[in-house]
Write a protein that binds this ligand. Structure first.
Ligand SMILES: O=C(O)c1cc(=O)[nH]c(=O)n1[C@@H]1O[C@H](COP(=O)(O)O)[C@@H](O)[C@H]1O
Length: 248
């Protein structure tokens, strides 16, 4: 029974493959493919191994979240989105800070590429989880508090037809309340009790994120750096499962 529940919850766990060693990454994919819903291929593995690597993960049975955080002029991002759709990724992301025209252009181009069928989820990055109020103001000149800025950008993402947003655990409840159940929330900055925060600032445990209403959680180092990565992933799944039970 518990095993069945875990299988359901596993779709919500995204493992970030932030590693440079190709064999290690492929080893993790085979070790973890039955305890997570997607593998996130971000800048590090993509710059090391390119699109062929995405294909290799897909051939090994993994669904891919392509995390390249597109942020450029509308045409460039739209064409990159088309290429991501052709790669067959399940999800990719763009910075909402690129503006409405960029966001609308990428949605349109991906719809055109896929004919609206089997479209990848397009997720908007709000305020990076490594930024706090101080950096937001001092480094980006943004006077709003992180929560207000996230809600401001989430509104734009929704208006432009994105599937949802990436936001830290601290903003999940407010996004859910304002934008409803159909707007996806993808949450990195996840740290099981006892893990070190590293460069992340706005963090929570897996259970807290699920309780607050996250659809997906993204976990990198707490799984990658564990002595037993599979056991670490399964422990996170158990915590997520317990929190879903509490939320019902
Ligand atoms: O878009 C992301 O996935 C992302 C957005 C964000 O605001 N913060 C953030 O940490 N991420 C990604 O989520 C992952 C978190 O990794 P860990 O901090 O190692 O669990 C990294 O791959 C980041 O690139």
């Amino acid at each position: 029974m518990k095993e069945e529940l875990i299988m359901d919850t596993k779709e919500r766990l995204i493992v970030a493959l932030d590693l440079a060693e190709r064999e290690r990454v492929l080893g993790l994919v085979s070790q973890l493919h039955d305890c997570c819903g997607m593998f996130k291929v971000g800048l590090e593995p993509f710059c090391n191994y390119g699109p062929a690597f995405v294909k290799e993960i897909q051939e090994a049975g993994g669904r891919v979240f392509l995390d390249l955080k597109f942020h450029d002029i509308p045409r460039t991002v739209a064409q990159a989105g088309r290429a991501a759709a052709r790669l067959g990724v399940a999800m990719f992301n763009v910075h909402i800070a690129g503006g409405r025209e960029m966001l609308r252009a990428v949605v349109e181009e991906v719809e055109d590429e896929t004919g609206g069928k089997r479209m990848p989820l397009i997720i908007g990055v709000t305020v990076l989880t490594s930024l706090g109020a101080e950096e937001l103001f001092n480094d980006l000149g943004i006077e709003r508090q992180p929560l207000d800025q996230v809600l401001f950008w989430a509104e734009i993402a929704k208006e432009c037809g994105l599937s949802g947003v990436v936001a830290s655990p601290r903003e999940i409840a407010a996004i859910r309340e304002r934008f409803g159940e159909d707007f996806l929330i993808v949450t990195p900055g996840i740290r099981p009790a006892g893990s070190s925060a590293g460069d992340q600032k706005r963090i929570s445990t897996p259970g807290e994120a699920i309780n607050a209403g996250a659809d997906y959680i993204v976990v990198g180092r707490p799984i990658l750096q564990a002595v037993d990565s599979r056991e670490a992933a399964r422990r996170i799944l158990r915590e997520m499962e317990e929190s879903r039970d509490e939320r019902k």
